[in-house]
Design a protein around this ligand. Structure first.
Ligand code: M6R
Length: 608
């Protein structure tokens, strides 16, 4: 999604803005721009494509100025052209925007009727035009801003420069996050603390509906009603993280290989190693007395939730209602009293997940959140936060966040099982022991299977379609495998419950449709083998991901069999995520795609 930065200070800001934008690249974008005010004159540079293009343009046509705003755009309204890139100008006003102005069409019509001329296809330009119209009516910048904000519907974070106010930036937030960074004689605006990390670690987050005026030495925050409000500042962890690839070719590769460490780190937060038991304060979520748990999330986080559902229902006998957040928020699900809600999100800013959370909150449910970014809106609006300690995930494809989410959900399901008296101490101890050993196995597996996966991926990169199958917790993993492959390699892939094969997708099977079967030797194994037989009988090529027992029990000819160590059921989906991720990664590398920033995708999806 779009990234915003703003700097008012004492140094030349254009190179600083570009540096900050580079730290927001991970969010996904397709054009970029900066604007500054210098000697009372507002000017801008914009470029299609990657930041390197903007950098080159600034090299050729430098921009001076000690105040400025910058933007990486992820196109929603209008193609990713230079003309649609932000900042948008109108009569000495510059605007950058993240989100969607839902009522832009009537606003645009109204402004055109009043004589405005539009120069882009974006929804953002209405904000610049609206501000200009109010300024023309004689309103001061702050009043114009407040009036313009009252007209906007939808989700937005904004940063605005006024040519006649060369020491002031106004920011606003309704939906997507916006943070103010405190410097010494300088102030900053940013979509997140990571962008501001080179400048400051003292951050004030705006609440929804807030808008802020920053000058080089102060900030004034106002709420929706225009009343001055105080928001606390905090020391952000964003600065502590080095956002680089180390020795890896891509962030995604680095993040895959970080999993043994970050999963261990996350598990150690929830497990008492000495006692061999889960140690977890579930705060206001009283698992013992729940009738149902509602869960919701998007994309990979949703698949983690689906695996969690299997665990909650099996180990805690707790029924789970789970839906993708874009459906959950509108399906008007009845939410009876003895229900709690759990949301899962890496970024903690996903618009649909946040809206689902708010729906549950309005219905008086206790809200829990499994979140990676602790300062995020979802974390701040939840009653209980269960952190994943994955560190910043920069690759658009979620990898380490997923396995950390699974680790937290496993711990939560066990705690719920203990609270509801459905999980024996013996079973809990056995599962904890299995989880404790998992990170060591992850290391071994990553090193052991890498050459085989590379060879296999070279083969896979020749195909146009791939099918993933699994049963039990391997079914959501099949969905995740298909998502991972399609989002970064652009090969069409589908995930199916193995048992559904004969209800339709079997029609697709031929020698051009490789089928990746995720099948640990668990209680579903024999059934999945029958499905593999059905594939083989129709000339389908099978790639089997299983364990030693599974490999020994299968006589079918496969294109490849990836053999993992034997593990407990609770560890299997976490461990099996590794080959699934590596297959997608290496296939994408062979296809030569932009692995970390695949086309059309954004890391943090702050619009519906
Ligand atoms: O930040 P979130 O976990 O809420 O994001 C949810 C999805 O947008 C995300 O998992 C997406 O599907 C990834 N690109 C998957 O790799």
């Amino acid at each position: 999604m779009c990234g915003i930065v703003g700097i008012v200070g004492k140094r030349e800001v254009a190179p600083l803005l570009v540096d900050a934008l580079k730290r927001l690249e991970y969010r996904g974008y397709d054009s970029a721009g900066v604007a500054t005010i210098h000697e009372g004159h507002l000017d801008r540079r914009r470029a299609e494509g990657k930041l390197v293009n903007l950098d080159q343009k600034l090299g050729q046509y430098p921009l001076a100025g000690r105040i400025g705003i910058g933007h990486t755009r992820w196109a929603t309204h209008g193609a990713p052209t230079e003309n649609n890139a932000h900042p948008h100008f109108c009569s000495g006003i510059a605007v950058v925007h993240n989100g969607i102005i839902e009522n832009f069409a009537p606003l645009r019509a109204e402004l055109i009727a009043d004589g405005a001329e539009f120069h882009s296809q974006t929804d953002t330009e209405v904000v610049a035009q609206l501000l200009a119209a109010y300024r023309k009516q004689g309103l001061a910048p702050r009043d114009a801003m407040q009036k313009a904000l009252s007209r906007l519907e939808g989700a937005y974070a904004l940063a605005v420069l006024f040519e006649d106010q060369p020491d002031m930036i106004i920011g606003a937030r309704s939906g997507p996050p916006l943070a103010v960074g405190h410097g010494s004689g300088e102030m900053f605006l940013g979509s997140d603390a990571i962008a501001l990390a080179p400048f400051t670690d003292e951050i004030t987050y705006l609440n929804d509906g807030d808008w802020v005026v920053i000058t080089c030495d102060r900030l004034e925050i106002y709420d929706q009603a225009g009343q001055p409000v105080e928001r606390p500042s905090q020391i952000s962890r964003g600065a502590a993280y080095v956002v680089d690839k180390g020795n890896h070719r891509h962030f995604m590769e680095k993040e895959i290989y970080e999993q043994p460490e970050v999963v261990a780190h996350t598990l150690s937060h929830y497990i008492d190693f000495a006692e061999g038991r889960v140690r977890l304060d579930t705060g206001r979520i009283d698992f013992a007395n729940l009738d149902r748990l509602a869960m919701s999330a998007c994309g990979t986080a949703y698949y983690a939730g689906l695996i969690g559902k299997y665990w909650f229902e099996r180990f805690a006998r707790l029924p789970v209602e789970i839906d993708v957040a874009s459906e959950f928020r509108y399906r008007e699900m009845p939410l009876p009293g003895k229900m709690a809600a759990l949301f899962i999100s890496q970024s903690g800013e996903t618009a649909d997940t946040l809206a689902s959370l708010r729906y549950c909150k309005d219905n008086a449910l206790t809200i829990g959140a499994v979140v990676n970014v602790q300062e995020s809106t979802i974390a701040r609006e939840s009653d209980v936060v269960f952190p994943t300690l994955a560190g910043p995930e920069i690759g658009v494809a979620s990898t380490k966040a997923f396995t950390c989410q699974l680790s937290v959900l496993a711990a939560l399901a066990m705690i719920a099982g203990r609270a509801r008296g459905t999980l024996s101490i013996e079973d809990e101890t056995r599962m904890v022991q299995a989880l404790v050993e998992a990170p060591r196995l992850f290391n071994e597996v990553l090193n052991a299977i890498q050459p085989q996966v590379e060879t296999l991926s070279r083969e896979l990169s020749r195909f146009k379609d791939v099918l993933y199958l699994g049963r039990g917790t391997s079914f959501p993993l099949a969905l995740e495998g298909a998502l991972k492959l399609k989002e970064i390699s652009y090969i069409h892939a589908e995930g199916y419950a193995a048992g559904e094969l004969k209800h339709g997708p079997i029609a697709l099977i031929d020698e051009n449709m490789p089928v990746i079967v995720i099948a640990p030797h668990d209680r579903h194994f024999e059934k999945t083998v029958s499905n593999m037989q059905e594939v083989a009988a129709r000339g389908g090529q099978i790639i089997l991901i299983t364990d030693e027992k599974g490999a020994a029990a299968t006589t079918l000819e496969t294109m490849a069999t990836i053999v993992l160590p034997q593990v407990d059921d609770i560890v299997a989906p976490i461990l099996y995520a590794l080959p699934v991720q590596l297959i997608a990664y290496h296939t994408a590398v062979f296809m030569g795609t932009d692995v970390d920033q695949p086309r059309n995708l954004a890391k943090s999806v702050t619009v519906e």
